[in-house]
Design a protein around this ligand. Structure first.
Ligand SMILES: [Zn+2]
Length: 226
């Protein structure tokens, strides 16, 4: 507890008033004031001018804050609108994309169905063609076999005839023989009218002679061999 000593009671009393609660004690010829020390709380630690400035600054800061809050509100509204628009766009985009994908899938399915149908058609055609070719081949084999038999028969018949003829008439051979003879044709120059007796090729006769060759077979026997 702090104390202060005064010479006169009036002074001590004034001081004690200012520092109430305080006690005034008498010590010898002096007066001692003892008071309770309290944490000094200055209700107005700064001067009026500074308070005014601070208040103005506080006021400006509050206004700034209000403005910022309003601006934030407006921005929030804009953000909400933008989010709604985005959401709508996404929904539309999803819908469009879905429609496109579904169309593509349908188109692929249709293509696949057509290809499958075509493959089945081709397979069926191939089967038919194979069957037809097999049948034609069998037919051809039969014909070939029949011709071979016929040929064999003819050869045997021919050999039999040859043998019979040789038994009866002796050895003989069949030879190729070429004979020639003359034949009359219309003149190749005047066409046969003789050009009024003036055609130099046919001397106006309208005819010309030409040698014609004939190929034939000739039987050569021991009797007629040269
Ligand atoms: Zn002539």
């Amino acid at each position: 507890m702090p104390t202060k000593t005064f010479r006169f009671f009036a002074e001590a009393k004034d001081f004690a008033k200012q520092h109430a609660p305080a006690k005034v004690l008498r010590e010898g010829g002096h007066f001692v004031v003892a008071w309770e020390a309290r944490a000094e709380v200055d209700p107005d630690p700064v001067g009026d001018r500074e308070v005014k400035v601070l208040r103005e600054e506080l006021h400006a800061a509050r206004q700034d804050r209000e403005r910022l809050i309003r601006r934030n509100g407006r921005l929030q509204d804009q953000l909400n609108i933008t989010e709604q628009e985005l959401s709508a766009l996404q929904a539309t985009w999803h819908e469009d994309f879905k429609v496109q994908v579904e169309a593509t899938i349908e188109s692929c399915k249709e293509q696949k169905r057509k290809l499958k149908q075509r493959a089945e058609q081709l397979e069926s055609q191939t089967d038919q063609e194979c069957t037809r070719l097999r049948s034609e081949r069998e037919e051809a084999e039969k014909k070939k076999s029949a011709y071979q038999n016929k040929y064999k028969e003819l050869v045997e018949e021919y050999q039999f005839i040859i043998r019979s003829l040789k038994d009866r008439f002796g050895e003989f051979r069949v030879l190729d023989e070429v004979k020639e003879h003359q034949e009359r044709f219309f003149c190749s120059r005047c066409g046969g009218d003789g050009n009024d007796g003036n055609c130099p090729k046919c001397d106006g006769t309208g005819w010309e002679e030409r040698i014609v060759f004939d190929k034939s077979k000739k039987l050569e026997t021991d009797a007629n061999r040269n």
